[in-house]
Design a protein around this ligand. Structure first.
Ligand SMILES: [Zn+2]
Length: 265
């Protein structure tokens, strides 16, 4: 997958469906409900366990539990429609995850993960946004790990001209970048002094699941499974409840911003 191919797919969808076709897509219902759609993406699943803690506990188990809890918390606010890329222990490719968000016309995409770092004393959450150039070596290594679920990248066929794809990409990417940076910053602020954060917790790298140019997207590494204290925190439902509450606060703040409301409307 590449940025232009993603833009092309979205462009293709628009051109081939036309206005009537778009109205039939699930996301178009927001014109009536005015409720933003949030796509939660619990990382890994099925044959892909993600990171594995020293005692054998799987990342995929924590990401699914947190995703389901956040799904419940967000629905309870009555402010959102919430969808998930998986609700069970299923393998979903990274490309399918992006396509699900696109087909639902999601207003926000939040991918949930746990780190595994070489230094066992490092602990805390970090929040990633998309960038072709990684912000630092750690961010590049995390992206490489998270992107490995699908095996070698495959490019989608290009069916519109490169010029059209470029225009679509640049128009959508600008607004998306601002939205992605805003939600990442909201999460870092909501976690501050309440949920452990890695030093410099806001980073960027080239994550496959963040590549749709039309949807503000962020990838949250909720903590490090290589650190025993973080593993316990992430496995404990009461401590996860606090993390979920902070995430819901960050999302509420994001959608309270008049700029985002204009985009959703
Ligand atoms: Zn992961």
């Amino acid at each position: 997958m590449c940025l232009n191919c993603d833009a092309t797919r979205r462009g293709l969808l628009r051109f081939s469906l036309g206005a009537a076709g778009l109205a039939a897509l699930p996301g178009r219902a927001r014109a009536i409900s005015q409720k933003p759609l949030i796509m939660l993406d619990p990382g890994h699943g099925g044959h892909d366990p993600g990171a594995i803690a020293p005692d054998g506990y799987y990342e995929k188990t924590i990401t699914l539990a947190t995703g389901l809890e956040l799904h419940h918390a967000l629905l309870e606010t009555g402010r959102y429609r919430v969808a998930m890329t998986r609700k069970r222990d299923d393998f979903i490719s990274l490309e399918e995850r992006v396509n699900m968000a696109l087909e639902h016309r999601a207003d926000l995409f939040l991918s949930l993960h746990c780190d595994h770092l070489p230094e066992q004393n490092l602990r805390g959450a970090s929040i990633f946004t998309l960038s072709n150039k990684a912000s630092d070596k750690l961010a590049a290594a995390v992206a490489q790990d998270e992107n490995s679920a699908d095996g070698p990248p495959r490019d989608a066929p290009v069916r519109v001209s490169p010029q059209v794809a470029d225009i679509l990409a640049s128009l959508e990417t600008r607004a998306t970048k601002i939205g992605s940076a805003t939600i990442a910053n909201n999460i870092a602020n909501a976690f501050a002094n309440k949920i452990p954060l890695l030093p410099d917790p806001e980073r960027s790298a080239n994550f496959a699941v963040l590549r749709d140019p039309s949807i503000p997207s962020t990838l949250l590494e909720m903590g490090c499974l290589s650190n025993a204290a973080d593993e316990q925190r992430l496995r404990d439902p009461r401590q996860r409840q606090m993390l979920v509450a902070r995430l819901a606060d960050a999302i509420n703040k994001y959608f309270s911003d008049p700029v985002q409301l204009r985009v959703v409307g």
